[in-house]
Design a binder for this molecule. Sequence first.
Ligand code: NIG
Ligand code: FE
Length: 408
Amino acid sequence: MTALIYNIGMLATPEGRAARRGKEQGEIRVMKNAWILIRDGMIAELGEGLAPAGVCDETVDAGGRLVTPGLVDAHTHLIFAGWRQNELGMKLHGMGYLDILAAGGGILSTVRATRAASEEELFEKAKAALAEMMRLGVTACEAKSGYGLDRETELKQLKVIRRLQEETPMDLAATYLGAHALPTEYKENREEYIRLMTEEWIPEIAEKGLAEFCDVFCEKDVFTAEESRRILEAGNRAGLRAKIHADEIEAIGGTELTPDVNAISAEHLIKATPSGIAALAKGGTIACLLPSTSFYLGATYAPARAMIEAGVPVAIASDFNPGSCPSLNLQLAMNLGCLKYRLTPEEMLTAVTVNGAAAMGRAEKIGSLEAGKQADLVIWEAEDLDFLAYRLGSNLVRTVIKKGQIIA
Ligand code: NIG
Ligand code: FE
């Protein structure tokens, strides 16, 4: 099965099979009047000028438009039941994110809904969200558990992720986030909850192959840096690579932990300090930044420029979840990445493609348009990359191609 995409006005892509940092983050390959030859879902060849002659099973005229790699959303809380529109009024009356959580709302209210939902309900809801993400140009995403906080519901969430991988075109990576909040039933016994996660559930999840990553919400009133260390070390022992929600609301030392636990990525980092940034650079950890969450929480924005200058690879993701960011539109996050982090369009493209892929452990296979990688790409209703970064609030996707097939 061969396909040729031709008449590409501008092809813009980062290159390589690892996260790009520092000056490299902004160095992308740009080709004019380009073509891509796809064989069996993989990129066989690409070039400028005259497309190769010969018969292809399918040809797609890009009409002189911009083509980029499919977007990679490396941080989502995709699997949950219900929504939390009732919290908007609370926020407008001045309650903070952690106040709502302390009052038994927030994450804990989604936990109640997710425990009550069947696997089928969770699957159907997440499948609809994935369809919307694909229409918005996303071809791979990470998905976290963390709205069960008990063995059965966390397993249920992770099984839904596995089924989505099997039954939808999206590439998914599963993350166990049992340490998303302390469940109400362990309020007086947090040690026992941590023991269950570290000694029983993490080994079981790894054994069953239900997750690749282990994540912790390291935050004031949630899990401390020392607790996070113990949980992520247990993940490492079981073969689950560490991720960490750190410095989202307050900096309590989670980012400083990343070299010790060999974290693949640290997420949010809104309040990251110079010592946190130095730790990320030391460990080669990817900063996975979530600007739509800053926007939604009315918070400040992570110091992305300082990270790039310190040689930390920056990824940008949606953080799609029912509380702090009910948006799965990565195009919005890309606009905010330019306007609020002051990333150039080139740095931003790298952040939502190869660096996101690297944060999912998938940079060998996806995240750039190069021979030998999967043919995941977007034809945009845009003539160049600047236009994509500049327009706000419209879905600029024209066509989404996943493993050589048109999916949206
Ligand atoms: O990334 N910070 C923790 N987790 C999510 C929010 C989850 C929720 O509010 O339901 C986040 O912001
Ligand atoms: Fe998150």
